[in-house]
Design a protein around this ligand. Structure first.
Ligand code: BT5
Length: 322
């Protein structure tokens, strides 16, 4: 762990801590400690200092800084390396590049805002500074087949819904294939991208955008379908608490899947997914129509019976519940 991170973790754990104690613990000079403290003050940390008592952390900035997220995170892989940008184009694009440079599995890129946030099929993902959770996660699973990569979207949506329930006691539902909804509004979306050759997957980037604390005025006028956790529950979640819970949950289910397979996670997903039995309009490539969702098969594909009694199996695309 870098010295800077160790210092902030000491300050988070203690009330006052003397400069000499910190210097001794890290085997650095008191001047070096002071330099680290100045660095944190510049980042927005409010740190009190006293000639006799040393340093005391009074307040942390409202930015999802890696050293704060990693405090007591205790995951096995997810978040072992965290990179934070106040503003970036797209955390998925950043991590796709870092993946090509050999960054390790579990690396997370977080932003407070994106200027080119991506949805599926080149759509946009909108964000307001400091209001949401925007991050991407690098996975390098062994021997994964192209057709099984959807499993990471499913795993992530289960984790989002469960952590939201844990912290708000409200139920959120999943709309096939990658949307989290509450009261008819889209609260979160997931974009899973991969890099590899032919059937050989090199790495996977799972991008997650969650609207936590936006008010109605934080969304563009052309996005009436968007909602936030705050708007649907009245609860302003602590973004640190939420992202830490989510990373822990993803870590847990990722190892669960490695050891026990995908079936249990898929069964959970089905209980949260409210698409089964619903009447929908659908589009997938050049197929579109309306009908009833009969089932979701073990590949995560929708089985739809359309209004002309034709059955379709839809692996990717969009539906609207009508
Ligand atoms: C998604 O695509 O829902 C995937 C969104 C993934 C975003 C994350 S943020 C971190 C990471 N970095 C990225 O660049 N992306 C990922 P899709 O199912 O195609 O839905 C996109 C549609 O959702 C848009 O066309 C809008 O209609 C709507 N939308 C855009 N921004 C929204 C928002 N903040 N909240 C709710 N709906 C939104």
């Amino acid at each position: 762990m870098p010295n800077k991170e160790i210092i902030i973790h000491y300050l988070l754990r203690h009330d006052w801590i003397s400069g000499s104690e910190l210097a001794e613990k890290l085997s650095i000079s008191r001047t070096a400690v002071w330099n680290h403290i100045s660095y944190f003050r510049q980042k927005g940390y409010i740190i009190d200092s006293h000639p006799k008592s040393g340093y005391r952390l009074l307040n942390i900035p409202d930015s999802l800084y890696p050293e704060l997220i990693r405090f007591d995170l205790n995951t096995r892989i997810i978040g072992n390396k965290i990179i934070h940008f106040p503003v970036t184009g797209s955390t998925n694009d950043d991590l796709l590049n870092l993946g090509a440079q050999g960054y390790p599995e579990g690396t997370v890129v977080i932003a407070e805002q994106q200027t080119k946030g991506k949805g599926r099929y080149n759509r946009k993902w909108e964000s307001t500074y400091n209001k949401s959770i925007l991050f991407s996660l690098l996975l390098r699973p062994d021997n994964i087949k192209l057709m099984d990569c959807y499993q990471f979207t499913i795993l992530s949506s289960v984790c989002i819904v469960e952590t939201l329930f844990d912290l708000t006691e409200s139920q959120f539902s999943i709309k096939w294939p990658n949307d989290i909804y509450s009261q008819g509004k889209k609260i979160a979306g997931i974009l899973t991208e991969l890099r590899g050759e032919m059937e050989l997957i090199n790495y996977i980037v799972v991008g997650i955008g969650i609207n936590l604390n936006q008010d109605t005025t934080d969304f563009p006028d052309n996005l009436p379908s968007a909602g936030s956790v705050y708007l649907s529950t009245g609860i302003m979640l602590d973004r640190f608490q939420y992202i830490k819970c989510l990373l822990k949950k993803i870590d847990h289910y990722y190892f669960y899947m490695k050891n026990n397979g995908f079936t249990d996670i898929f069964e959970k997903w089905k209980t949260y997914c409210d698409t089964n039995g619903k009447r929908v309009t659908f589009s997938s490539g050049n197929i579109s129509g309306s009908g009833i969702v009969l089932d979701i098969n073990s590949d995560g594909a929708l089985i739809i019976q359309d209004d002309n009694n034709m059955k379709f199996t839809i692996y990717s695309g969009d539906i609207s519940i009508i």
